[in-house]
Write a new protein. Structure first.
Length: 173
């Protein structure tokens, strides 16, 4: 077993700035899809997965900006957003499946490719899919792309016709 042994006999003091956690930041970035209102996040870590998620959001039509060096970011997801996540962008990051729930909740439908394999082994995303199905989402596999599925929430399940899960009118409905 590896060890970290510290010697020196002097007390430590000072300050260390800790960046935000990737596994907290990625769902927060996806949550910006839930509203057309501006959203500002702070202490977002500067990591590849965060940059990839931002690229995915930008590809859908989300407007994003970076503020300063301490991880400040702002987002605006307009009603004209395209609720699609192509395989080219999701294949490198399992967390890309996290856009599915917010897109379904806001727009009632989404087209999200399933992410590619994982470098640390098999980690399926089926629990996300099962959870959405339990809320009434329908899953359809497209014949032309085995990775691409179309999902939608039924109009009567938690939302009226043309309304999102909060009962608000869906954009374009």
């Amino acid at each position: 077993m590896d060890k970290l042994r510290i010697t020196g006999g002097r007390p430590l003091n000072g300050e260390v700035t800790i960046s935000g956690a990737k596994n907290a930041a990625l769902p927060e970035l996806c949550a910006t899809l839930l509203t057309a209102e501006p959203v500002t996040l702070t202490n977002v870590p500067r990591l590849r997965d965060v940059a990839t998620m931002r690229l995915l959001l930008d590809n859908m039509g989300v407007q994003s900006e970076t503020h300063g060096e301490r991880g400040g970011m702002s987002f605006r997801a307009p009603d004209s957003l395209k609720p699609e996540a192509p395989y080219e962008l999701v294949k490198t990051m399992r967390a890309s499946v996290l856009v599915l729930g917010p897109l379904l909740a806001r727009f009632g439908h989404a087209k999200v490719s399933l992410p590619g394999g994982c470098a640390i082994g098999s980690r399926p995303v089926d629990q996300h899919i099962k959870g959405l199905q339990a809320m009434g989402a329908e899953m359809h596999r497209h014949r032309h792309d085995h990775r691409n599925r179309h999902r939608k929430l039924p109009h009567g399940r938690g939302a009226g016709r043309g309304r999102n899960l909060a009962g608000e009118r869906r954009p374009g409905a």
